[in-house]
Design a protein around this ligand. Structure first.
Ligand code: 13P
Length: 349
């Protein structure tokens, strides 16, 4: 199966009432781990690459690895998504390379650090939507600003400084026509999200629910959704690591989000932790080893385990064969003739 439209994956997820994990990659082993987990659980899947990943791996390597994945797993609907595009040019270059979905993160200026105005965000996101939809490519926008910094991208902070305003979310969805909407509800990128198990004072699920009530058909996206499990932290620290105690987003909160319109769930940190723990263990226990396969294989297996678990928890498991993937040309036609709507359904307050 060729790479497919993320819009179709999310529309199908909405029909089925489940969420789809969007897992970040930088290299071959991470792509392999995700595809094996997708096969194991029979899941449709989104693989995403940030600007940092594109710089690390180079576009052509990444793209051709993704094509290999699509070729090797023809039964798995697979969308290739740009995570946190910082400008029209970044999104355009991803689309021209072959990504089937892009995120235009206009919540920040093009420096990827300074919060942008609402008007700036609308303008650049709409520009990307017009360019992308003409070509059948999905667009995710962001309203409100996430906390933390990921691959040099982010405003920093706790994530509570720029929580999404539901009225602005409605206006943003109406003015831009995005396919998916990332919102800020107190989560942040990276391992250090919360200093204790989060409650409603720091993880604003009430805001997510309020946005879903106003935009009942809009596909919501939860960023910063690693759960940062204690067992993965412990493995790292047991084998010489120095992670400080920390909490992520509990899976049951993500499941509450999925019951309230969340269709895409971004996970990167949990996989980074799993990989690092597995590599540390091998090098610590068998310091005489020097063949990279001796630690990359366990690292890949550890990531596959986490991804398969999330796929089951998000509900996407078992859904790979539910539908026939449309071609990107068919998707472009859908945007043009209006059968793929870009006008959000807005409910009264
Ligand atoms: P985590 O750091 O929580 O895995 O978040 C990843 C993410 O949101 C990528 O955009």
């Amino acid at each position: 199966m060729p790479l497919v439209s993320m819009r179709q994956l999310l529309d199908e997820a909405a029909k089925g009432g489940y969420g789809v994990g969007a897992f970040n990659v930088n290299d071959m082993e991470q792509i392999q781990a995700i595809m094996e987990a997708a096969k194991q659980t029979n899941s449709p899947v989104i693989i995403q690459a940030s600007r940092g990943a594109r710089a690390f791996a180079q576009d052509n390597y990444l793209y051709h690895l993704m094509l290999a994945a699509a070729e090797l797993y023809p039964e798995i609907p697979l969308a290739m998504h740009l995570d946190h595009g910082n400008s029209f040019e970044t999104c355009k270059s991803a689309i021209e390379l072959g990504f089937t979905s892009v995120m235009m993160d206009g919540s920040l200026k093009a420096d990827g650090k300074t919060p942008a105005t609402f008007e700036e965000n609308v303008a650049v996101t709409k520009q990307v939507v017009d360019f992308a939809h003409e070509r059948g490519i999905t667009v995710e926008g962001e309203i409100g600003v996430l906390g933390g910094i990921e691959d040099g991208h982010g405003a920093g902070g706790t994530g509570l400084e720029h929580v999404t305003d539901p009225d602005q979310a409605v206006e943003f969805a109406e003015k831009t026509g995005v396919d998916a909407l990332a919102i800020a509800i107190g989560t942040s990128h990276g391992a250090y999200k919360f200093s204790k198990k989060p409650d409603g004072s720091v993880l604003k699920m009430d805001i997510l629910i309020a946005i879903h009530k106003r935009l009942p058909k809009t596909h919501l996206v939860m960023h910063g959704s690693s759960s940062v499990p204690k067992d993965l932290q412990d493995i790292i620290n047991q084998y010489g690591g120095k992670l400080k105690e920390t909490w992520g987003v509990p899976v049951e909160e993500i499941q509450l989000g999925i019951r309230n319109g969340v269709r895409k769930v971004n996970v990167d940190t949990d996989n980074r932790l799993a990989i690092t723990g597995a590599i540390r263990k091998v090098l610590w226990e068998t310091p005489e080893k020097f063949d990279p396969r001796d630690y990359l294989k366990p690292a890949r297996e550890a990531m596959q385990k986490v991804v398969a678990q999330r796929m089951t928890q998000f509900g996407q498991a078992g859904h790979a064969g539910d539908y026939k993937a449309l071609s990107i040309a068919e998707i472009a036609k859908g945007y043009k003739d209006g059968s793929l709507s870009t006008k959000p359904l807005v409910a009264d307050k």
